[in-house]
Design a protein around this ligand. Structure first.
Ligand code: ADP
Ligand code: MG
Length: 457
């Protein structure tokens, strides 16, 4: 057998072999940071960029690493996996990250966040509360790596997936993680709508320089729902410059979108190519096992025992998205508490408005509602889910909220969350508005009935 010496610090042979053993995504995510610290017959020492990657590799990829090293050195040399000197230096900040209850290690992080970001973080959107399965493990792992070691991992990190798949949850989990770190960091979390609005306001005030300046001090920029930049040419130009200046100075960028970069309508080529520079990870609809795991977790979080057969029923029936899955279990638990009955299959059927005895009305997903409404009114889903208030969008959006209320098991808050983060009173208002319009106009009421039927097929 030929023996390939692993030359230090040139790791090329090892990396070439690794690339051949795993997929590109796996390689980019887990293996690309590997350095060879020492390569002797009595042992090979590899280093990686952060503790999370180290633990993940040793748990899931030990065999792959051993095979690659064997191919390189020609023997089964003992393998040691450590942290790179740089990661070691950062360790106190990373590994001793205290729990949320401990005194704030870097109060400045929170102050900056609170002043500049446009959301209040949801306390529940943490990595600990995120159920991992095959449909989301890559996105989760990449987000964790970025939360642990921004700028050292994947830049930009581009998460995409349909509505209700956990994109916002992961973006906020990165924020929580980075806020807890002892490292002073300026974290900015924005919806792309806010970026657009602030930019337009800056142009109107002739204040574009100040607008740009704000971004210079940001260490981690997270922009949720970047697909809302579709068709907005000037803002795309501006975002391009913001992206470049942050990227070039080594700052972390994290983006979420309802589709991969190339599928965002009318996104300029130069942004598409930049969004692809780092790691792209899709959040896919969860399979049955993951749905069950999520349901178990949500029941446990609410401190309620839900019989396995009920969890299975929900897991089978609600296969559209995780927001609706949460809505379904909340509904069942809430209903049981309301009528003071233990949770069983019958009660679950009633709570979800399903026909008893197993022949179940298919549960309509909010995606389906959005598709039907967009198709009829000729609007884009990004508009329905955005914050614009123009009349041409207001009616379709209200109709969609009304249909979501009729057809899905989602709560008012959840529906509001799907339509640009609106609160429950806005959804109630929309439902009322559509009802009174239906009462006043027969053609309109026929139209709504028709949309309702279409959304169910
Ligand atoms: P998106 O931004 O992709 O539309 P969200 O992040 O708002 O979706 O997720 C919808 C809901 O589902 C949230 O309440 C979120 O906490 C929950 N959720 C999504 N994925 C998971 C998961 N893997 N584990 C637990 N909860 C999840
Ligand atoms: Mg979201």
């Amino acid at each position: 057998m030929t023996t390939i010496e692993i030359a230090r610090p040139d790791e090329k042979p090892l990396h070439d072999i690794l690339r051949g053993l795993v997929s590109k995504q796996q390689y980019d995510l887990w293996f690309s940071s590997i350095e060879v610290l020492a390569a002797r017959p009595d042992g090979v020492q590899l280093a990686v960029a952060n503790p999370f990657i180290r633990d993940w590799l040793s748990t899931y990829y030990a065999e792959v690493l051993r095979a690659a090293v064997r191919a390189c050195v020609g023997t089964d040399a003992p393998l040691e996996l450590t942290l790179s000197p740089q990661a070691e230096a950062d360790l106190p900040a990373l590994e001793s990250a205290p729990a949320a209850v401990a005194p704030d290690p870097a109060p400045g992080n929170r102050a900056f966040f609170a002043t500049h970001s446009d959301v209040m973080l949801n306390d529940k959107y943490t990595f600990e509360n995120f159920v991992v399965g095959p449909s989301n493990s890559l996105a989760h792992a990449a987000a964790r790596a970025v939360g642990d070691a921004p700028s050292d991992s994947y830049n930009p990190l581009f998460l995409h997936g349909r509505v209700g798949m956990g994109k916002t949850h992961l973006l906020q989990a990165i924020c929580h993680q980075a806020l807890r770190s002892r490292r002073p960091r300026n974290i900015l979390y924005l919806s792309s709508e806010t970026f657009v609005n602030q930019f337009i306001a800056a142009i109107e005030k002739g204040d574009v320089d100040r607008f740009r300046y704000k971004y210079r001090s940001v260490d981690i920029l997270l922009v949720d729902d970047i697909h809302l930049l579709a068709h907005k040419d000037r803002t795309q130009d501006e975002f391009f410059h913001t992206f470049n200046s942050l990227y070039n100075s080594g700052r972390q960028i994290v983006l979420s979108s309802d589709s991969p970069p190339q599928a965002i309508p009318a996104l300029t080529q130069r942004l598409i190519s930049r969004f692809k520079w780092g790691l792209e990870a899709e959040l896919e609809p969860p399979g049955y096992e993951t749905r069950l795991a999520i349901l178990r977790r949500k029941a446990r979080d609410r401190g309620v025992e839900v019989p396995e057969e009920v969890l299975r029923l929900l897991g089978e029936q609600v296969d559209t998205n995780i927001r609706e899955l949460e809505g379904a279990i909340t509904k069942v638990i809430g209903y049981a508490q309301l009528i003071h009955r233990p949770i069983d299959l019958d009660l679950a059927h009633q709570a979800l408005g399903m026909q008893p005895g197993g022949s179940l009305r298919p549960v309509t997903g909010v995606d389906r509602v959005i598709a039907v409404v967009c198709n009829h009114f000729g609007v884009r889903s990004g508009d329905l889910q955005g914050r614009r208030r123009t009349q041409s969008i207001a009616l379709p959006r209200q109709a969609a909220m009304y249909l979501a209320r009729q057809l899905t098991s989602m709560s008012l808050e959840e529906i509001g969350g799907c339509f640009g983060g609106r609160d429950h009173s806005t959804v109630l208002y929309a439902v009322d508005k559509i009802r009174s319009r239906m009462e006043a106009s027969r053609p309109f009421s026929l139209l709504m009935a028709d949309l309702e039927t279409r959304a169910q097929h």
